[in-house]
Design a protein around this ligand. Sequence first.
Ligand SMILES: CC(C)(COP(=O)(O)OP(=O)(O)OC[C@H]1O[C@@H](n2cnc3c(N)ncnc32)[C@H](O)[C@@H]1O)[C@@H](O)C(=O)NCCC(=O)NCCS
Ligand SMILES: Nc1ncnc2c1ncn2[C@@H]1O[C@H](COP(=O)(O)OP(=O)(O)OP(=O)(O)O)[C@@H](O)[C@H]1O
Length: 197
Amino acid sequence: MSFLLGLTGSIGMGKSTTAKLFADEGCAIWDADAAVHRLYSAGGAAVEPLGAEFPDALRQGAIDRNALKQIIAADATALKRIEAIVHPLVARDREMFKAQASADIIVLDIPLLFETGGEKHVDAVACVSVDADTQERRVLARNTMTRDQFLMIRSKQMPDAEKRARADYVIITDTLDHARKQVRQVVDDIRAGLADA
Ligand SMILES: CC(C)(COP(=O)(O)OP(=O)(O)OC[C@H]1O[C@@H](n2cnc3c(N)ncnc32)[C@H](O)[C@@H]1O)[C@@H](O)C(=O)NCCC(=O)NCCS
Ligand SMILES: Nc1ncnc2c1ncn2[C@@H]1O[C@H](COP(=O)(O)OP(=O)(O)OP(=O)(O)O)[C@@H](O)[C@H]1O
């Protein structure tokens, strides 16, 4: 049985970057945002149910994320309805990944881990964190959302301080070198526990 490590953190805190550092240490990585991308693409399992509820989001047989963002901005109930359709499909994708992975440590990169009670289904949680100014600067530098969209998404998430308090490990993503050192410590700690077991 693999050790299941949940990797979480608020928007733009460095989950994807840190997941790559875990992969460098030999961990298997499953990425919830990437699963959503697969589900929204042509032939993906979310296209039909989301398209039925939000016909304007359907473009050439796929879900258009920009259209979805406009719908979310205009309708306060939309995100909850999207989540009700998407989250069970994401859970199915995750279970299929877990069933075939063979690494000693499986890292589940899940932005909404705490918000969705996912910590109950993992052996430990690592939370990535950086100061709020850096977080905002990094998200806006991607040019994928406006400042208002960023603030709206962040307001739906559990505050960073609370996530840090609830996590077993905190990884500060101020520099790549510092993050890599912390990732190695986490992996060493988990592997030492596995060796003792
Ligand atoms: C809102 C959408 C259209 C934004 O798409 P976009 O390509 O601009 O951003 P991306 O998907 O890369 O998400 C960026 C970050 O936003 C945050 N975020 C995304 N969805 C949510 C949500 N439902 N609640 C809170 N934060 C969210 C996460 O931190 C995520 O890492 C998209 O995230 C979406 O469809 N979300 C609903 C599905 C969902 O809940 N995904 C979260 C992972 S299961
Ligand atoms: N340890 C680090 N040192 C320096 N820059 C970093 C570090 N980690 C992440 N970054 C930078 O911060 C930005 C956001 O990182 P990343 O995409 O990994 O975050 P994320 O948490 O996966 O984002 P989202 O929640 O939006 O999916 C990127 O530009 C990335 O290069």
